[in-house]
Design a protein around this ligand. Structure first.
Ligand SMILES: [Zn+2]
Length: 486
């Protein structure tokens, strides 16, 4: 994931935990309120509850039957074969070719790709050395779209701050020609990753010549975390990189103790023209209405160039298409189509999803019924997060209550779905995987994003939850209600 949605999810989750800890009465009241606001007909409630045995069947076959462990095995083959898959890279395009062939081979329907223009940034040689007050290597990773330094690098004094406010209050003369080190405290991904996103622009506005930013993670064992950044219009583009939490904190301390801190920074990173990539689409076509009210299951296939993108977002992509494949193999064909979309170039800001939105805009209200995404890890699932209107929520809660065999009935709102936000923010109902991802940001955008993070049993439960939910929504007698804003 790239956006700030996980922050809200974390805040809401902790609010619920607090309530749980302080008073059961509050929880009861919240539940009663929801119950009272729902006016689903007895018929609809009975219809939804009628899918109980379908959930049992799907769960049993995936957790105990021939599909057991298949998602993990298949994801492992994929990540071992292609490694990292950064937008603009040959590796990503080859992995898309491979997926298109694999999806056809696996018997999925209407398999094809749809084009999207994506950024093409090259990470060159990168190095940072603390020169003063003592010599030491600094762990860093340049940020996607960052420009490089002149050849041989730059040597400059450091100004270290915790916040943008602190930087803005400094006289320009104090920042001009310096390297700004941002050492924000961890306040959740959304707040802290803002420094990654805008650090270079803010530093440049004050006349700085480079920005080094604390990695966006609550925990570190010396790994820098990469990610995307953007230059505000009109600012001079200066090199931007994330450094380890350890180094950011140490430099901040040295600076505040009055030391002269000097860094030699060399980055040979550069941007090329955008290239054409592709979203990868496959379906289980609906028995009654194959071309409208489609249910989407999705994750993104691109990753950063460090690690192998097994967690971000190989797991999410693979539970999405495998859910469709398993339903087909089980002979469970719903009335409406379930479509898996493996997005491209999410990491630079949803380039694949935005291109898909533009291409499908004309009939989007008829085309899309419900959108589901996994991009916050595929650890053990606990439920689904939802965004949509009240009526849709009531139907969704009823469906979610059937996920008892998976121990995944937790409801949360809003959904944390970066790619799908292009639709969900305009009123389309959607959901995202809720999972035990409290360690997600430990690995996020680092060399540590590997298959070691992925557990076969958790992937099985995640894919069973996706398959069950998508099947019920695609098979119900009614569409999920929505009010679309443009
Ligand atoms: Zn992601």
């Amino acid at each position: 994931m790239h956006g700030s949605m996980l922050l809200r999810f974390v805040l809401i989750t902790s609010a619920i935990v607090l309530q749980l800890a302080s008073s059961n009465v509050i929880i009861q009241k919240v539940e009663e309120k929801v119950e009272n606001e729902c006016n689903l007909s007895e018929n609809l409630i009975n219809e939804i509850r009628g899918y109980k045995n379908v959930v049992l069947k799907i769960t049993d076959q995936i957790l105990n039957g021939k599909f057991k462990g298949e998602v993990h095995k298949s994801l492992q083959t994929f990540t071992d074969k292609f490694g990292s898959r950064m937008a603009g890279s040959d590796s990503l395009e080859k992995s898309i070719d491979y997926m298109e062939a694999l999806l056809k081979n696996e018997g999925l329907e209407n398999v094809h790709t749809e084009e999207a223009k994506v950024p093409h940034w090259i990470r060159g040689y990168e190095s940072a050395t603390l020169v003063l007050p003592r010599k030491a290597k600094i762990g860093l990773l340049g940020l996607g779209t960052s420009v490089g330094t002149p050849q041989g690098g730059i040597i400059a004094d450091v100004v270290a701050v915790r916040t943008f406010d602190e930087l803005r209050k400094l006289p320009d003369s104090k920042v001009k020609g310096k390297i700004v080190v941002f050492a924000p405290e961890w306040e959740g991904y959304g707040a802290t990753s803002n420094y990654r996103k805008s650090g270079a622009s803010e530093a440049s506005k004050k006349g700085a010549i480079a920005a080094l930013i604390r990695s966006a993670t609550p925990f570190s064992i010396g790994s820098p975390h990469t990610g995307s950044q953007t230059y505000d219009q009109g600012v001079r583009k200066i090199p931007a990189a994330c450094i380890t939490v350890e180094d950011a904190e140490m430099i901040w301390r040295m600076y505040n103790e009055g030391e002269t801190v000097q860094i030699h920074l060399e980055m040979d990173d550069y941007n090329l023209e955008q290239v054409t990539s592709r979203n990868t689409v496959s379906e289980l076509q609906g028995s009654k209405s194959p071309n409208k009210s489609v249910v989407i299951l999705s994750g993104h296939l691109d990753s950063w160039d460090v690690g192998v993108g097994a967690m971000d977002d190989g797991g999410g992509a693979f539970i999405s298409w495998k859910a469709v494949k398993f339903l087909k193999d089980m002979g469970l064909r719903p009335k409406r189509t379930i479509r898996s979309i493996l997005w491209t170039a999410e990491e630079y800001g949803y380039y694949g999803a935005k291109a898909y939105e533009r291409e499908h805009k004309k009939n989007e209200a008829e085309e899309f019924n419900f959108l589901i995404e996994s991009d916050t890890g595929t650890f053990d699932p606990v439920g689904l997060a939802f965004t949509g209107n009240k009526e849709a929520e009531c139907i969704f809660r009823e469906i979610l209550s059937l996920m008892i065999p998976l121990n995944a009935t937790q409801f949360d709102t809003p959904a944390s779905a970066p790619d799908l936000s292009v639709w969900i923010n305009r009123g389309f109902p959607g959901a995202s995987l809720l999972n035990k991802n409290d360690k997600y940001f430990w690995f996020h955008h680092t060399q540590g994003d590997s298959m070691l993070v992925e557990d076969p049993g958790s992937l099985d439960r995640g894919v069973a939850l996706f398959a069950s939910t998508a099947y019920i929504i695609a098979d119900l007698s009614i569409d999920i209600p929505k009010v679309i804003k443009n």
